[in-house]
Design a binder for this molecule. Structure first.
Ligand code: PEP
Length: 260
């Protein structure tokens, strides 16, 4: 079994002082462990330097991530931040295609693909989010929706690019709602996503690709979710803002790794 990855998505939360305090608290708690689980913190972009400064410390237990990037290389795109700029700040991971960005900022599968390509050109790992709405699940369309999201983005990558890419399955009905997918639902969809990767890129790539679950994952349910064969870790929203809960989720990753 490969070590789990736990990514904290802070969304648009925390003042500068609160962000620094949260990073320090997580850092202090993780100091007690000899961790194999990989941890990524994705604060708001304005705190890029803050998080990379901490991540670059030689005793650091986490990587710096971001929540978004421009689909363009550079130029007259007011308000945008390029992948090259993130790379210059030592950002190592970046979430793309989060359902909130798809919903509120019109991010399509084509835009998601462009963002992934910009990140990969700059050696930043894209964490590509996919997932269905409640209506799509109720009408039993969830597999089709996720397949289309994967085919229109991931399927355009070369094998070399795919090797450096991660996927997060986040059912929209579970994000920030307190309603988690059952371990069986998460496992079923992650196994399906892995089969899509296998079809396009072969078995070895499918086995090696990190596929995470996200959606109301918390300190109580992380162990059961992470115990599923195809769940390689979690993308954590609300619970990543609470240091004790976030560290418990990381501990769940360690427990599963060492029990197998
Ligand atoms: C997210 O925003 O990616 C997420 C999973 O949020 P939450 O954990 O709060 O459901």
């Amino acid at each position: 079994m490969k070590p789990k990855i736990v990514i904290g998505n802070w969304k648009m939360n925390k003042s500068f002082d609160e962000a620094e305090d949260l990073i320090c608290q997580i850092e202090d708690k993780l100091d007690e462990y000899n961790l194999e689980t990989e941890v990524v913190l994705c604060p708001p972009m304005i705190y890029a330097e803050l998080v990379t400064d901490h991540a670059n410390d030689e005793n650091s237990h986490f990587y710096a991530g971001m929540q978004n990037v421009s689909e363009f290389e550079n130029g007259a795109y007011t308000g945008e931040v390029s992948a090259k700029m993130l790379a210059d700040m030592d950002v190592a991971f970046c979430i793309v295609g989060h359902s909130e960005r798809r919903k509120y900022f019109g991010e399509t599968n084509a835009i998601v693909l462009n963002k992934m390509l910009r990140l990969l050109e700059n050696d930043i790992v894209p964490v590509m989010c996919c997932g269905e709405s409640l209506e799509e699940r109720k009408s039993e369309n969830h597999f089709n929706v996720v397949q289309k999201q994967i085919e229109e983005s991931i399927y355009n990558l070369t094998p070399e690019q795919m090797e450096r890419t991660m996927i997060a399955y986040e059912p929209i009905w579970a994000i920030g709602t307190g309603e988690t997918a059952t371990p069986a639902q998460a496992e079923e969809m992650l196994a399906f996503i892995r089969s899509l990767i296998e079809k396009k890129f072969g078995t070895e790539m499918a086995v090696n690709t990190y596929i995470l679950y996200g959606g109301s994952c918390n300190a109580k349910n992380a162990l059961e979710l992470f115990s599923q064969q195809n769940v390689d870790g979690g993308l954590i929203g609300g619970a990543s803002l609470k240091p004790d809960d976030f560290v418990k989720i990381i501990e769940a990753g360690e427990t599963v790794l060492h029990e197998n």
